[in-house]
Design a protein around this ligand. Structure first.
Ligand code: PEP
Length: 251
């Protein structure tokens, strides 16, 4: 059975006080579940706090970005080895906010993916189309291109230690989620794209859906055969919602 995962992306939210409350509630509410993992991806300055709070719990943690460089004169950047020192298991790469607002190219995303793996992190690679691209019928072209950029650079074998996330840009933070069937269609496309290079890995790779997942829509989305869990933004900041979404991912 493929591993399932629900990962929270806190984005640039939080404070020491608010995080402590959220982390306490998550620890109390999330219990070990067969075949299902949990994670929170926090802003860099809070990783020490998160690591202290979650050590020994069933909840892993990670970062929302990582430098493509391992060390050096790169002011303001944070490297994979630094994230490992804080116990991070995951690093999100290629989130649409990084691609769109910070102009990260497919090539940069691929370099970050490899940098995360070099450091022993599991990259959560995001891919997704904008509304205009969907309306022009370009979803598969865009998602395929974003995926291929990484597979060409890192090799398909790299997916043995990676998580993929389909995140339609038009569904992120908008309250408008993809329908379960829309999500399933793109997830199946991603799996078959990977399968053209390696069938076994395609069957094993975890593919998350992200984009306005809420307790009310999670179960239906996660019931689709190629949807292996979720990458959760806004709802991951509310303990009750995140716990309910995690419960919906249990098989
Ligand atoms: C995200 O930030 O990856 C995301 C999916 O956000 P939201 O759940 O708020 O749409």
């Amino acid at each position: 059975m493929r591993a399932r995962l629900v990962a929270g992306n806190w984005k640039m939210h939080g404070s020491l006080v608010a995080n402590a409350r959220l982390l306490d509630a998550l620890k109390a509410g999330l219990k070990q579940a067969e075949g299902l993992g949990y994670a929170v991806c926090a802003p860099f300055p809070y990783l020490a706090q998160v690591s202290e709070a979650l050590s020994g719990s069933p909840i892993a943690w990670g970062a929302q970005n990582v430098s493509e460089h391992d060390s050096g004169a790169y002011t303001g950047e944070v490297s994979g080895p630094m994230l490992r020192e804080f116990g991070c298991r995951f690093a999100i790469v290629g989130h649409s906010e990084r691609r769109g607002l910070f102009k990260e190219s497919d090539k940069t995303v691929a370099a970050k993916f490899s940098a995360a793996q070099r450091a022993g992190l599991t990259p959560i690679l995001c891919a997704g189309e904008t509304l205009e691209q969907r309306e022009r019928g370009e979803t598969e072209n865009v998602v395929g291109r974003q995926l291929d950029a990484v597979l060409d650079a890192a090799g398909v074998a790299a997916l043995a230690n990676a998580v993929l996330a389909y995140e339609p840009v038009w569904a992120i933070g908008t309250g408008r989620n993809a329908t379960p069937q829309q999500a399933q269609d793109v997830h199946a496309f991603i799996r078959s794209r990977v399968g053209a290079r390696d069938r076994r890995l395609a069957g094993n790779v975890t593919i998350l859906y992200g984009g306005s997942v809420k307790p009310e829509n999670a179960r239906e989305l996660f019931a689709k055969p190629d949807v292996d869990g979720g990458l959760i933004g806004g709802a991951s900041l509310m303990a009750e919602d995140f716990i309910a979404i995690c419960a919906a991912a249990r098989r």
